[in-house]
Design a protein around this ligand. Structure first.
Ligand code: UD1
Ligand code: CA
Length: 464
């Protein structure tokens, strides 16, 4: 089995400088969604047909190391979906197997539907198998025209359909399984005799009927999966539908989602049982969350993030980090890349942590910046403490090492590179520029001077 993704169309209705298939649905471009669905079935070397904005798609494939499996083939100029498929003919001269053809703007297609389509094709020993769906609003789709015996006679495009055809609810999803040897001659017979003056891939059906080929269909049940993206409004709908599909799966697996309408969850998110996701929460990319956690409200987590069991993450941003068991984050924390919190760690309100590791039972509770820092166990970082990790003149970053059982008073500045030993005490308001040995108290601030009776004397002078 090989696959061809059609992605050369202009996507006029998107009104965009970006190739249509590179627009994101939730956390990934449409093209990536389709490639991921294909990764679940065994396919050999495949193709992407590119035309409008083809450099963007070629660069994308190359940047993501996908071009060895999905070779871009140029269609210039793009003259319709049938013409798009014709472009692979030179690549498939000796090919006799099946070919899965997918419109690049169908990002919601699920792997199991592709498996069902292929199974129908093989079980019926078909020449052409079409994926169809019954939808309440078929506007814009090609309609499936069947005869009295339920055999598919044709696919009629919206713009070419007559009134009786327009009320047909069964639509062409835009994903097909072909026996390449049977249909390749049909491609050369396509004619652009239609309202759009294009070579329609869908006209293969009429040709196949004339040539007595075997045509089958697999009708999928979830209409959401059939969502095609032609406009920005369709893109919003695709985002909503995909999130709904992902949320429904998580609910089935024992996760509470309080308000699905304000929750956005990508396809690569794993969540353990009894975890509760509160409203206005966005979970994108490769996220794994343990059991019995409380996530949200108003939380955004993305990148590669692992969160253990029994954690509370409130009103915070997390990106590319690891959070151990029993941690509390937020409200209003920003946990950035390469951060590792072990277990029972607390990172409180208005705290930013970047590229740092914080060991068990350590708290950074209020208003701090912790960057390029390592902190041991059972330590407490007082409110307003900052690690000064950046030299603006040299553009260099430096590390701060803080031991275990350390108590840092409020409003300290630790000027990196600097090391603070175990069981130490830093006086509030200190600016630490030198190593603090184990067990020491460091005071790095001016002593307080009290000018006795100052206010009283001053007032008397002013009054006289
Ligand atoms: C197409 C189908 C329609 C189906 C619908 C499902 C045709 C003629 N019609 O209509 O029956 O219901 O998809 O979403 O196929 N493309 C190229 N080169 C071209 C033209 C298009 O590669 O010259 C690609 C597009 O990038 C797109 C796909 O083919 O990924 C479909 O083209 P599009 O113009 O979106 O067709 P629809 O009108 O949506
Ligand atoms: Ca389309």
């Amino acid at each position: 089995m090989k696959a061809v993704i059609l992605a050369a169309g202009q996507g006029k209705r998107m009104k965009s400088k970006l190739a249509k298939v590179l627009h994101c649905v939730l956390d990934k471009p449409m093209l990536t969604h389709i490639i991921m669905a294909l990764n679940n079935i065994e396919i050999g070397k495949s193709f992407v047909i590119v035309g409008h904005n083809k450099e963007q798609i070629e660069n994308y494939l190359e940047f993501n190391c996908l071009n060895s499996l999905f070779e871009p083939i140029t269609q210039d100029p793009p003259l319709g979906s049938g013409h798009a498929l014709m472009q692979v003919t030179p690549q498939l001269i000796d090919y006799n197997g099946d070919l899965l053809v997918l419109n690049g703007d169908m990002p919601l297609i699920q792997p199991k539907t592709l498996v069902n389509l292929i199974a129908t094709h093989k079980n019926n020993n078909s020449d052409l198998t079409i994926l169809t769906a019954n939808v309440s609003n078929p506007y814009g789709f090609g309609r499936i025209v069947r005869d009295a015996n339920n055999n598919i006679k044709a696919i009629v495009e919206e713009k070419d359909a007559n009134p009786p055809e327009k009320i047909i609810n069964e639509i062409n999803v835009g994903i097909y399984c072909f026996n390449w040897a049977s249909i390749k001659n049909g491609l050369n017979n396509l004619q652009p005799n239609n309202v759009q003056g294009e070579y329609y891939l869908t006209d293969l059906i009429k040709w196949a009927n004339l040539n007595h080929l075997k045509i089958s269909a697999f009708t999928m049940t979830d209409f959401k999966e059939a969502c095609g993206v032609n406009s920005r409004a369709d893109l919003s709908l695709a985002n909503r539908y995909l999130s709904d599909i992902n949320i429904a799966k998580l609910q089935d697996e024992g996760v509470t989602i309080i308000d699905p309408a304000s929750t956005w969850i990508g396809s690569n998110v794993k969540i353990g049982i009894d975890t509760i996701i509160s409203p206005n929460t966005i979970l994108f990319d490769n996220i794994s969350i343990g059991e019995n956690c409380l996530i949200g409200p108003n939380t955004s987590i993305n990148g590669t993030v692992n969160i253990g069991n029994n954690c509370e993450i409130k009103a915070s941003f997390l990106n590319n980090c690891n959070i151990g068991n029993d941690c509390k984050v937020g409200p209003f924390a920003n946990i950035r890349f390469n951060t590792n919190l072990e277990s029972h760690v607390k990172v409180g309100n208005f705290v930013e942590v970047k590229a740092s590791s914080i060991s068990d039972h350590t708290n950074v509770s209020h208003l701090s910046y912790i960057g390029d820092t390592q902190i041991g166990q059972n330590s407490n970082v007082g409110a307003g403490t900052i690690t000064a990790n950046y030299n603006h003149l040299t553009k260099e970053k430096f590390k701060t090492i803080i031991g275990s059982n350390v108590a840092i008073g409020s409003n300290c500045v630790l000027v990196a590179p600097v090391k603070v030993g175990d069981s130490t005490l830093l006086a509030a308001g200190s600016v630490i520029t030198k190593e603090v040995p184990d067990g020491a108290l460091a005071v790095a601030r001016q002593r307080q001077a009290n000018k006795l009776d100052y206010v009283k004397v001053k007032s008397e002078i002013l009054e006289s």
